[in-house]
Write a protein that binds this ligand. Structure first.
Ligand SMILES: [Mn+2]
Length: 268
């Protein structure tokens, strides 16, 4: 303490932090990329070459892929996405990726190749000094207890390892079965049980001491305002992507904006 050198370097670090934090951050989720839907993949790649380039940080909050059975499943689509993300991160945009319920098997091999940091769910960050809670969103759907039990089971490290030990063909078959079953189970559930539980939202935000939450998963894009600890709180729900339409949430200098993108405004 007291050394002028130390004080100066601390002040420098603070200034650097302030400068970085006022730059643009983008948030996306639920692209559900799949080889069978090449237009969505193209839209995402155009987004990486376009709007994402001018951002300081890109946060992908889960379900980037419709399915992920292991980093060793190398398809041309996976290569294209890895190379798009790598080009973006090499250009100076910091990319962070959170697992969704569809792609929670994304591992460090993928993350390293794509130049993305893997984020825990939940993750708390700060933007210009304001705490911000980031989640995929499925943890908030506590009314769906069978799903939460299933989630705990498949996220067990031993279960994951046993699955990844199987051959790619075996994993493909299991994933296809799972998708069929989950489709049937979803159809039987009410809209309410599949949305977030407001008590769980409040609990998670209080735990993180954050008045703002960004998540995806429910495919119900909206900005929900409510009171938390007597103060204004907000929950931004990210939009899912389609072949003709994507959307990102943009933070820049204390303002939040939803930007819709499609072939019309990403034409190159
Ligand atoms: Mn999801």
């Amino acid at each position: 303490m007291g050394s002028p050198n130390i004080q100066m370097s601390c002040m420098g670090a603070e200034r650097e932090q302030a400068r970085l934090s006022t730059q643009t951050s983008l948030f996306i989720s639920d692209l559900h990329l799949a080889s069978e839907r090449p237009a969505t993949v193209e839209l995402f790649l155009a987004f990486l070459r376009g709007p994402a380039r001018s951002a300081a940080r890109l946060f992908i909050l889960g379900d980037l892929f419709d399915a992920w059975i292991g980093d060793d499943d190398q398809t041309p689509m996976h290569y294209a996405v890895i190379s798009g993300l790598r080009t973006l991160s090499d250009s100076g945009t910091a990319c962070a990726l959170m697992h969704g319920n569809r792609d929670f098997l994304i591992g460090t091999r993928f993350a390293r190749a794509a130049g993305c940091r893997l984020l825990r769910d939940p993750t708390r960050i700060e933007l210009d000094g304001e705490p911000l809670l980031l989640m995929h969103g499925d943890l908030l759907c506590t009314d769906d207890q069978p799903y939460q039990r299933f989630r705990r089971k498949i996220r067990n490290p031993l279960v994951k390892r046993l699955f990844l030990w199987k051959s790619l063909d075996a994993r493909r078959r299991i994933a296809a079965d799972y998708r069929r079953q989950s489709g049937k189970a979803m159809a039987a559930k009410t809209m309410e049980t599949m949305d977030v539980n407001q008590n769980e939202v409040a609990r998670r935000m209080q735990l993180a001491k954050s008045q703002r939450l960004v998540h995806g998963h429910t495919h119900r894009p909206a900005d929900h305002e409510f009171l938390l600890n007597g103060r204004r709180a907000i929950r931004h729900v990210l939009a899912d992507w389609h072949e003709d339409r994507g959307e990102f949430l943009k933070y820049h200098r204390n303002s939040w904006q939803r930007v819709i993108i499609g072939a019309h405004n990403l034409a190159e």
